[in-house]
Write a protein that binds this ligand. Structure first.
Ligand SMILES: [Zn+2]
Length: 297
């Protein structure tokens, strides 16, 4: 649950993701807010337009048509991968969908099958229309798929969401078939990769801002360290103790907890100026966290 992005922030985060963004006419004040709620927002929804040609498609998504006034989404993603922003606020794109799906999106859990149309999606989802005929034949150029990945990742990163907050219209509203031509599971995988900082589609991420934090083994609890315990964590710990000049090993370190591990760890505790029982060689949380044992996977 989150407060919707402002127009300026939307432009900023999309450009920061390396996207080409076009601002269409008065998109910053173009919305359906007079007809219902906008926000709190919970996710991103991907559609295909069932239209052809960038200019015509953008125009329809901005204006809408008789019976369904625009904006019909927040942004249109063309075949070149450019994003055309057409709406800021409530937009007519999601319609009524399944409350169980919304709950799964909020919890970022596995999506249930959409079999109900009981919930207003236009209040809850950013919508992106991707130019494609949706006939299963019209191709999806890689540049366009990459833009879908980038738009989704930029918004998820901003709100602190995972890739599970991105769904297809067909996963929301019974009877819908969009998007057709790639799988949402595959797209979510790409988005997850990008969120991890790896970029997607096997290409390097152009924006190195989300530097992954080094991962360390969380403290497993003092009870973990006993004679007979065997774990790669103990080897990794031993290597760190050696690196800190605290190694008291005749051979190793190895995966099995031994007296040499205890004596090495006690040396580490002394180095941290712990005394008495606090330097008994059995790891405690404070000294463990300071040791920064790299995650061995
Ligand atoms: Zn749709």
């Amino acid at each position: 649950m989150a407060r919707p992005l402002s127009a300026s922030k939307m432009v900023e985060i999309l450009r920061a993701e390396g996207l080409t963004v076009h601002e269409v006419r008065s998109w910053r004040t173009h919305n359906r807010n007079s007809k219902g709620a906008w926000g709190p927002v919970n996710g991103v929804m991907i559609h295909h337009t069932v239209t052809k040609g960038t200019e015509a498609s953008v125009s329809i998504c901005y204006n809408g048509y008789s019976g369904l006034p625009g904006p019909l989404c927040h942004g249109v993603i063309d075949k070149k991968g450019h994003v055309h922003l057409v709406g800021n606020g409530r937009a007519n794109h999601a319609g009524l969908g399944d409350s169980d799906v919304l709950r799964a999106v909020i919890n970022e859990s596995k999506l249930p099958h959409d079999n109900e149309a009981d919930t207003d999606g236009n209040a809850r989802f950013y919508g992106f229309e991707c130019i494609n005929l949706g006939d299963g034949k019209d191709p999806w150029p890689e540049a366009q798929k990459e833009a879908i990945e980038k738009v989704s990742a930029a918004i998820c990163r901003h709100h602190g969401w995972s890739e599970r907050s991105v769904i297809g219209h067909k996963e929301w509203q019974p009877g819908k078939t969009d998007p057709r031509g790639f799988t949402m599971d595959g797209m979510r995988k790409r988005i997850a990769q990008r969120l991890k900082g790896g970029g997607g589609g096997g290409e390097p991420a152009p924006d190195p801002k989300p530097v992954p934090k080094p991962k360390f083994v969380p403290f497993p609890g003092s009870g973990f360290f006993h004679i007979g315990q065997k774990s790669p964590i103990i080897t990794a710990m031993g290597r760190r103790l050696v690196a800190e000049g605290c190694g008291r090993y005749e051979e190793g370190p190895g995966p099995e907890w031994t007296e040499a591990d205890r004596r090495s760890y006690a040396a580490w505790q002394h180095k941290l100026h712990f005394k008495g029982k606090d330097a008994d060689g059995i790891p405690g949380k404070v000294s463990w966290d300071k040791l920064k044992v790299p995650d061995v996977g």
